[in-house]
Design a protein around this ligand. Structure first.
Ligand code: ADE
Ligand code: ZN
Length: 325
């Protein structure tokens, strides 16, 4: 079997996918029509042309605008179902899906609507052979108070999500801002993850680990600037959910050939490959694997290690993990 076929067909876990980032322009237009929402773009093509980003914030502005078409439980289900079909086609057998409830509750959509729609799609995913779970993300550009209020609204639906994360604008919003809300989530028995070291400095990765006590770092590619941090990540096998096409589209690396995934793997880190916001960044899981492997010269051993890391880094039950690995 050649390497591209191996990469495409090997069973894998996706650990970093924002479900709102899987909304394809066609579905945005379909939902806008279904819900009578006016869009500031005349066509799918015009919307796609706006997907030219210079950094994280330039993307987030368009990403939050796209999510404005989501109003009803069925909309959240349909968005997640479209993603899950793509994941299954890419041989993803386990996925841990981020969602941003504050993007929706701020527009008057209830927490119940969001969670019930997404959760129903995750249950339906069993039919596709995909084991899907939800992780609620707090928006870090909003206040700690807003995050606490969001947690309060979500706790009645506790059985529908396995953990919490931290996303949105990283620079200027260090992990420390959310120390108390993460402590509460930890006491609730939720898994903890956070975006850190995407655009932000290694110091944010240290504080995500030491202050928030996260179990995984989302992105984390800036860790390579700090040898002591690299040693800790390797020694403790702390997973990094790396998103190569996202890093390319948001100009974290000037081109894919200069991506540091190989360096992370060869330093013994539990690095994984993920799609982040596939509808905006030009590809789902296998696009990320195939384009990155070609650009940085991955071999079969790297492929095997990445698949293994994805299951090792997942929050699947130990018995399921043992079966996957
Ligand atoms: N929300 C969606 N995608 C994100 C990313 N790449 N970084 C931070 N927040 C996000
Ligand atoms: Zn992300």
């Amino acid at each position: 079997m050649n390497l591209p076929t191996l990469l495409a067909t090997m069973p894998k876990a996706e650990l970093h996918i924002h479900i709102e980032g899987s909304l394809e322009p066609e579905l945005i237009f379909q939902l806008a029509q279904r819900n009578g929402v006016a869009l500031p773009y005349a066509s799918v093509e015009e919307l796609r042309r706006a997907y030219a980003f210079t950094n994280l914030q330039s993307f987030l502005d368009i990403y939050y605008a796209g999510a404005s078409v989501l109003l009803r439980e069925q909309d959240f289900h349909d968005m997640a179902w479209a993603y899950l079909q793509k994941a299954a086609a890419d041989h993803v057998i386990r996925t841990e899906i981020f969602f941003d409830p504050q993007t929706h509750t701020a527009r008057g959509v209830s927490m119940e609507t969001v969670i019930r729609g997404l959760s129903r799609a995750c249950k339906d995913a069993k039919k596709l052979g995909v084991d899907a779970e939800l992780i609620l993300c707090f928006l870090r550009h909003l206040s700690e108070e807003d995050a606490f209020a969001t947690l309060e609204q979500a706790l009645p639906f506790r059985e529908h999500f396995i953990g919490v994360g931290l996303d949105s604008s990283e620079l200027g919003h260090p992990p420390e801002k959310f120390a108390r809300v993460f402590a509460k989530c930890r006491a609730e028995g939720l898994h903890l993850v956070a975006h850190a070291g995407e655009e932000g400095p290694p110091a944010y990765v240290w504080s995500a680990l030491d202050v928030l006590k996260v179990e995984r770092i989302d992105h984390g590619v800036q860790s390579a600037k700090d040898p002591a941090l690299m040693k800790r990540l390797a020694d403790e096998r702390i997973p990094l959910t790396v998103c190569p096409l996202s890093n390319l589209k948001l100009c974290v690396f000037p081109d894919l050939q200069q991506h540091n995934l190989r360096e992370l793997l060869e330093a013994g880190l539990c690095a994984t490959v993920n799609s982040d916001d596939p509808a905006y960044f030009g590809g789902y899981m296998n696009d990320n694997f195939l384009q990155t492997a070609a650009a940085i010269g991955l071999d079969r051993q790297h492929a095997y290690q990445l698949a293994r890391n994805s299951f090792e880094g997942s929050f699947a039950e130990p018995s399921a993990k043992a079966r996957y690995i």
